[in-house]
Design a protein around this ligand. Sequence first.
Ligand code: TPP
Length: 358
Amino acid sequence: MSAGQLKAAITPARLLDEKGRLVRGAPKPDVEALAEGYRKLVFARRLNEQCGALVRQGRLAVYPSSRGQEACQVACTSVLADGDWLFPTYRDTAAIAARGVDPVEVLTLLRGDWHCGYDPNVHKVAPQATPLATQLLHAVGVGHAARLKGEDTVVMALCGDGATSEGDFHEACNFAAVFRAPVVFFVQNNKYAISVPLARQSVAPSLAAKAIGYGMPGVRVDGNDLPALEKVLGEAVARARAGEGPTLVEADTYRIESHTNADDASRYRADDEVSEWLPRDPLLRVRTYLTAVGALDARREEEITAAAEEMAAAVRAGVGGETPVDPEEIFAHVHSTPTPQLAEQRAALRAELEFEEA
Ligand SMILES: Cc1ncc(C[n+]2csc(CCOP(=O)(O)OP(=O)(O)O)c2C)c(N)n1
């Protein structure tokens, strides 16, 4: 890209305003596609709620909720073709489900199992990454390899605002830009990295502005506006597919709940701040718009709610049961020949378990 084509994106792109009205001059969204998007938003919200309940019941070890970020979760998958890849983080369970993976399979990892539950190759969804930004390098590798093989695969790589401070983020962006890898870096800027607010994370004019340094376009979009997200991400995907290289997209959104169930957000942010974001709810905005244009009525709303309830019941049934866990599995699948230290630890654990059983 020439220097002239690059400029810092600061004002987020928007199609629907906070009251669910089309912004002046915005193209009218395809109502059928938006209605389907709304169904997915309701499913994502219901999944977040259900997982929160399962954590409180001790059925899930941990759940990083994407409540408030559901439009990002839906949009980043709806713009992908079947053969494209998604590289999610621990917070992107709802995105993986929106991609079509059975939520029960997705939740295997968060139940504390050692494998990711679903087959990444079948769904073209990488395992959820917990180490920050590592997945971005893997995503670039997959995209670059596809390009070398002459395939038109696009890779959607997700991360949070905090992850943009990682070295891996820098390396991934730089490599992708230099080699024109077909990657969309999608940063869900939810304003916090656990307790670290954005202001302590970066003083760049925006996170999208970081793209300039790598020589790729950076776009900022309202992360609670589903049609705007689909437009911006869709354009980035088309660019990548056409061989024009990566794009950095920053979604301006907010993490409504705590980082996880193990965190108490009231210790580092004011309730007022959360209250300010609640009316910007991504579901409300689409619901208001669809209702106003006559594409959503009480009957359709009931049908969607009933289907989401069915999904939640299936999640409860699938995750609810006790699964026998073999504690020795922690030593498996690491080395083909265990190190002497691991063998010693395994023997010590076995002796302790036998002692407890006796
Ligand atoms: C390399 C690495 N360092 C630290 C952590 C601990 N950690 C887990 S989540 C998190 C905050 C990440 O914030 P952000 O990237 O904004 O994503 P969010 O959780 O808000 O979705 C941190 C520091 C980690 N998982 N990996």
